[in-house]
Design a protein around this ligand. Structure first.
Ligand code: NAP
Ligand code: MG
Length: 493
């Protein structure tokens, strides 16, 4: 006769209550967000000539945070004129002097790290533990790293000299607003270029706060200009005749449109676009570590990550085990107020993005994949989506092919390493991939066979300013970080 199942709570539950419940721990530091921001042109905040503004709201609770200036073509032109003038002296400054500014910027950002982390979380919706422990320190690290290069450019390509290109137009997305700004500005300034930068419409605040750091660092006027607005402002930045190069991070659709309009203009271009990364788990992998890597790979920053491990390819022999462990782990993830220090999954960046995620998840159900979502008590106001798994996914399902850019994992299986590589590469994208296995030789083999700019082994989502990052195929071209990133902002003479 089977043993009768006890209905009494386990001893540890009696002692500690539900172990996964945490008391609320809201971050209380002030973000110092101004009620309105001008455009940052020629070292000063100025009212837009367009006379237009738009609201920045917090996806956390839909409350208005600030009024942002909308840059029209005349504003973008003023920014380019200032950058072109500043280029004459900034490009001639000795590297040792440029380095001093970059070091100063990095240190000032570190001094104000907590304030920037809170502002980033309020504006973009990411959990405070991520903005505090990843976005802001990593942004400072990029300035420190490139400050180190500014006076050593002759060592990048021995025997040749690196010369700056001129004024760089930069357009960035909303998923890592401050960090993408750092990825773009630091190498451009280190190599002696000047910049006109446009942040994304929904996340302009930390870029504008950063402008005050540039003022405090005494950066010469016009070296960095920040113009805020939506796609039309981005288009004016991309198409301005004074731009020597365009550096764009965003969607593949917009990246393609930019490439078409720049064809034949002689402007340099780098594109960091979307992704649909395969995270491949072999049966000899350390399973529990792999489960943590899968969770981090897809739920970091609500899955708003271009290199997110959004397609799990798991070897058939361990697929059931991995799926059941993932379901248990999902129940422990806390989704909710991003300002709470315990939160793992914060707010979706915008209503538009929430609608897109919901539409793609509905397509997964309609296509016949099996949906799993733990029960979550989501906040009533704001934009939230529960962590989601799809199993029994096939290659033809939209959730296996399209970038969802949300907390949604699609699980497929494979039998042989050859099948894993074939399925992993069966995508238009090629930004990143992950391999989990005990065999070093297999890692090396797959790293050459996977058509992805970055291949992580027994880890995922690891970044470092010294390591170049960028894509293959429709994930774009050009590299950010490392020596390769410097070369994309310079010409060899
Ligand atoms: P997006 O719509 O392409 O927007 C990116 C930026 O371009 C925003 O500042 C946007 O302005 C601007 N923009 C829109 N239309 C434009 C146009 N016609 N000309 C010039 N600029 C224009 O992408 P998103 O939805 O913000 O970002 C998500 C995408 O970025 C995902 O596909 C993701 O994979 C990709 N991403 C890639 C990387 C990477 O390193 N590879 C990193 C992060 C994100 P507004 O948003 O203000 O309208
Ligand atoms: Mg916002």
């Amino acid at each position: 006769m089977p043993a009768k199942k006890s209905t009494r709570p386990a001893a540890r539950e009696l002692l500690f209550g539900n172990l996964w419940e945490f008391d609320p721990a809201p971050e209380s530091a002030p973000a110092f967000i101004a009620p309105r921001y001008g455009l940052f042109i020629n070292g000063k905040f100025t009212a837009p000539k367009s006379k237009k503004t738009f609201d920045s709201i917090s996806p956390r609770n839909e409350e208005k945070l600030s009024e942002i200036s909308l840059a029209g073509p005349a504003d973008v032109d003023a920014a380019y004129q200032a950058a072109a003038k500043a280029f004459e002296s900034w490009s001639r400054l000795p590297g040792t002097e440029r380095a001093k500014y970059l070091f100063r910027i990095a240190r000032l950002l570190q001094d104000r790290a907590r304030e920037f982390a809170v502002a980033e979380t309020l504006d973009g919706g990411k959990p405070i533990k991520e903005s505090r422990d990843f976005d802001v320190p990593m942004a400072a690290a990029h300035f420190f790293y490139h400050a180190g290069w500014a006076d050593k450019l002759s060592y990048v390509t021995p025997g040749r000299t690196l010369a700056p290109l001129g004024v760089i137009g930069q357009v960035i997305p909303w998923n890592f607003p401050l960090l993408m700004l750092a990825w773009k500005l630091a190498p451009a300034l280190a190599t002696g270029n000047t910049v006109v930068l446009k942040p994304a419409e929904t996340t302009s605040i930390t870029a504008l706060k950063f402008a005050s750091i540039l003022q405090d660092a005494g950066l010469p006027p016009g070296v960095v200009n920040i113009v805020t607005g939506a796609g039309e402002t981005g288009s004016a930045v991309v198409n301005h005749p004074l731009a020597a190069k365009i550096a764009f991070t965003g969607s593949t659709a917009v990246g393609k449109a930019i490439q078409r309009t720049l064809a034949g203009t002689g402007k340099r271009l780098t594109l960091e676009l979307g992704g649909k990364a395969a995270n491949i788990v072999f049966e000899d992998a350390p399973i529990d570590q792999a489960v943590e890597g899968i969770i981090n790979g897809i739920f970091f920053n609500q899955g708003h990550v271009c290199c997110a491990g959004s397609r799990l390819l798991v070897q058939e022999s361990i697929a059931e085990k991995v799926l059941s462990k993932l379901k248990i782990r999902l129940k422990t993830l806390r989704t909710g107020d991003p300002l709470d220090k315990n939160t793992d999954i914060g707010a979706i960046n915008s209503k538009a993005q929430l609608d897109r995620i919901s539409e793609l998840v509905a397509s997964g159900v309609a296509d016949g994949a099996d949906l799993y979502q733990p029960t979550c008590d989501l906040p009533k106001k704001g934009f939230y989506f529960p962590p989601t798994l799809f199993s029994n996914v096939t290659q033809s399902h939209r959730v296996a092919r399209e970038e969802i850019f949300g907390p949604v994992l699609s699980i497929l299986t494979f039998r042989t390493p050859e099948e894993a590589v074939e399925k992993a590469n069966n995508t238009h994208y090629g930004l990143s991939a992950g391999v989990w296995t005990d065999k070093g030789s297999r890692i090396l083999k797959l790293s050459t066979e996977l058509k992805a700019g970055v291949v992580w082994a027994n880890t995922f989502n690891k970044f470092d300013p010294t390591s170049p990052f960028g894509g293959y195929k429709e994930s774009g071209f050009g590299r950010e970080g490392g020596k390769q990133g410097l070369l994309d902002y310079a010409t060899l003479i």
